[in-house]
Design a protein around this ligand. Structure first.
Ligand SMILES: Nc1ncnc2c1ncn2[C@@H]1O[C@H](COP(=O)(O)OP(=O)(O)OP(=O)(O)O)[C@@H](O)[C@H]1O
Ligand SMILES: CC(=O)N[C@H]1[C@@H]2OC[C@@H](O2)[C@@H](O)[C@@H]1O[C@H](C)C(=O)O
Length: 365
């Protein structure tokens, strides 16, 4: 999995037992992107000269990195490739325009699954989102069905939030289909501000954010973004939450603000948009599990807990799956669903006409 934060690849090796029951993660590798490759992927998020050529080459380069991650996982687990049933490979989202323009829209994940299959000699399942779009859905978020399968509890109402580049929420209520939608920015704005002012890829632990003062005018302007008020189904990406979007807000509402105060405000924005969605539901949620890199941002976790006083906010680690493994495990699970010819999309989440088998198989030999 390589997600919208553009931080790198998370790979997991997952096991199912003889009865095809999910058994969990047995190995995890995180391989960061080199700065120049990250810059190439960032440049592909908007149109530019000869972008088809650049996207094709970036897809090849990404598949080579995925293959390295697979090799490292096999080494870690001392397992031959022949024992692995399939690799689920999401690709790198460079555009997400569901339902736009012609009623179907598109979502574009650059990748080269054929090259990955050639390199690994393992079946590769890729292109997980397009079938849901073809069925009238948004193609995202897809993880709620995985959250339901792995974290669902018949006795409790749970919420999960994945705070990657973008944040997406899942709601699990006993006896009901999972619900879920994209909330808004996760780390994407905080990351770009940290790179710009500190030259670092992210704000470790949220310590820089914690050193600043929240700017109420800016925060309210950011919270007024119309996407936040939309009803589900809804999904978004860097197509909306990009540097120019932030700069336009700063020019209007915080022209000469201290950088640390802007960071504090961006952290509060992520926390309040998530908490706001949960509070508007007026539902007694027993706990909120946080996954994705945002779970490692102590200041963000503190603000989430403060905003949701009555709901315990926990890292997914406390329920058996470390936050940086959850999304990658979800795509292993989706690949497994594909192999079993089981539908894995949830129409209540994506808005599609019905559940569909997701992905496409590139045989490993
Ligand atoms: N120790 C840390 N302190 C603060 N933030 C962190 C830490 N570790 C990771 N992060 C944040 O988490 C991000 C990566 O999260 P993750 O890998 O879940 O994102 P992603 O999978 O790319 O995104 P998405 O879920 O949107 O597809 C980093 O860019 C950074 O902002
Ligand atoms: C189009 C796309 O890549 N969307 C991602 C992104 O990152 C988070 C959020 O926006 C979510 O909609 C989705 O990822 C997760 C894994 C999903 O599909 O559930």
């Amino acid at each position: 999995m390589s997600g919208t934060s553009l931080d790198g690849v998370d790979g997991v090796l997952c096991r199912w037992d003889e009865s095809d029951r999910w058994h969990g993660v047995v190995a995890h590798v995180h391989q960061p992107f080199e700065a120049d490759f990250q810059a190439q992927l960032l440049a592909l998020q908007a149109s530019g000269p000869d972008e088809l050529h650049r996207a094709a080459l970036a897809g090849n380069a990404l598949a080579r990195r995925y293959a390295e991650v697979v090799e490292r996982l096999l080494q870690q687990a001392a397992m031959p490739a022949s024992q692995v049933r399939a690799v689920g490979a999401h690709g790198q989202t460079v555009r997400h325009q569901p339902l736009a323009f012609d009623g179907v829209g598109y979502t574009s994940q650059i990748n080269n699954p054929a090259l990955l299959a050639e390199r690994c000699g393992i079946d590769v399942i890729a292109d997980f989102r397009s079938r849901d779009l073809a069925a009238g859905g948004q193609g995202a978020p897809l993880v709620p069905t995985f959250h339901h399968a792995v974290f669902g509890d018949p006795n409790r109402t749970l919420a999960l939030v994945n705070i990657g580049g973008i944040s997406n929420l899942t709601l699990l209520q006993a006896g009901l289909a999972p619900r879920g939608w994209d909330v808004g920015p996760g780390n994407v704005l905080m990351d770009l501000w940290t790179i710009r002012h500190l030259g670092r890829t992210y704000d470790e632990g949220g310590r820089w954010a914690a050193s600043g003062q929240v700017l109420p005018g800016l925060l309210n302007a950011l919270l007024a973004e119309p996407f936040l008020a939309l009803s589900p189904p809804k999904s978004t990406g860097r197509d909306l939450f990009h540097a120019s979007w932030l700069d336009a807000h700063l020019a209007r509402s915080a022209r000469s603000a201290e950088p640390a105060d802007v960071q504090a405000t961006l952290c509060a924005y992520t926390a309040q948009s998530i908490a706001g969605d949960l509070l508007r539901l007026q539902l007694q949620v027993d706990e909120l599990l946080v996954c994705g890199g945002g779970a490692l941002n102590g200041e963000l976790m503190r603000q989430l807990q403060a905003a949701l006083a009555r709901t315990p906010v926990l890292s997914s680690d406390e329920r058996g799956l470390p936050p940086l493994q959850v999304e990658a495990a979800a795509f292993a699970w989706l690949a497994h669903q594909h192999l079993r010819r089981q539908a894995a999309s949830e129409p209540a989440v994506t808005g599609a006409r019905g559940p569909r088998i997701l992905g496409c198989c590139y045989p490993g030999y």
